[in-house]
Design a protein around this ligand. Structure first.
Ligand SMILES: Cc1cc2nc3c(=O)[nH]c(=O)nc-3n(C[C@H](O)[C@H](O)[C@H](O)COP(=O)(O)O)c2cc1C
Length: 194
C-alpha cells in the first residue's frame, strides 16, 4: 500500500499508485461493511486510498491533487455505501469538480481515457429487495447506468462491479464474504499490471 488516509485523515503527498481507491463514506468511523472491504485490500502494494470525507470534511476538494493521483493510476475504484440509489454527496461533488470539461472530457483532453474503473458499493437492502416486486421496485441493474456511464463518458473501461447487498445484517456475513473477492480481484489486477 502506498498510504492510507483512512486511519488519520491526513494528506501525504502524491505518491503514485496503480490502483486508486476513491473512498466516500460520510462516517468512516461508523462503517462496518465498507471498513471490512477496505481492510481486506489496504495493505496491497501499489494501492492508495483517498478517503474523501476524511480529506475534505468541508467539501472543499483539492481538484488538482485529485487529478494528479488519477493521472498516475491505471485502475480507479469508486467505493462507497449506496445513498438514495446513488453516491454520497461528496463523491457526487468529486464527479462534478474533478471530472471537469477540458480535463476528463471535451475536445481538449481525456485524462482518464483507457484507464479501468471498478465500482464497489454496499447496499443496506438485500438482493431480493431489488426486484420489481421488492421494496426498491427495480432490479439493482436499473441503478447502475448513471455510474457506469460517468466512467464510460470519460473513456474509462468499466469492469464488473463488486456490489455487496444486505450490508446491514448483524453478522456482516455479506461484506465478510465479499472482502475476499475484493482482495483477490485487486491482487490479480496488480499482478497483471505490475
Ligand atoms: C442517507 C442514506 C441513504 C441510503 N440509501 C440507501 C439506498 O438507496 N439503498 C440501499 O440499499 N441502502 C441505502 N442506505 C443504506 C446504506 O447503503 C448502508 O447503511 C451501507 O451500505 C452500509 O455500509 P457501512 O457499514 O459501510 O456503512 C442508505 C443509508 C443512508 C444513511
Amino acid at each position: 500500500m502506498v498510504l492510507s488516509h483512512v486511519q488519520d485523515g491526513t494528506r501525504d503527498g502524491d505518491a503514485a499508485a496503480a490502483v486508486l481507491i476513491v473512498y466516500a463514506h460520510p462516517h468512516p468511523g461508523r462503517s462496518i461493511a465498507n471498513r471490512l472491504l477496505l481492510d481486506a485490500v489496504r495493505d496491497l502494494d501499489g494501492l492508495r486510498v483517498q478517503s474523501l470525507y476524511d480529506l475534505y470534511p468541508d467539501f472543499s476538494i483539492d481538484v488538482e491533487a485529485e487529478r494528479r493521483l488519477l493521472e498516475q493510476a491505471r485502475l480507479v475504484v469508486w467505493q462507497h455505501p449506496l445513498y438514495w440509489y446513488s453516491v454520497p454527496a461528496l463523491l457526487q461533488l468529486w464527479f462534478e469538480e474533478v471530472l471537469g470539461r477540458g480535463w476528463a472530457y471535451g475536445e481538449a483532453q481525456h485524462a482518464l481515457a483507457g484507464k479501468d474503473c471498478l465500482w464497489v458499493a454496499t447496499t443496506g437492502a438485500s438482493a431480493d429487495a431489488y426486484t420489481a416486486a421488492g421494496e426498491h421496485g427495480h432490479p439493482f441493474s436499473a441503478f447502475v447506468p448513471p455510474i457506469e456511464q460517468t466512467a464510460r463518458f470519460c473513456g474509462m473501461h468499466w469492469l464488473e462491479p463488486l456490489i455487496t447487498h444486505g450490508a446491514h445484517a448483524q453478522d456482516a456475513r455479506a461484506p465478510r464474504a465479499r472482502a475476499a473477492d475484493y482482495r483477490a480481484r485487486l491482487q490479480r489486477y496488480l499482478d497483471g499490471h505490475g
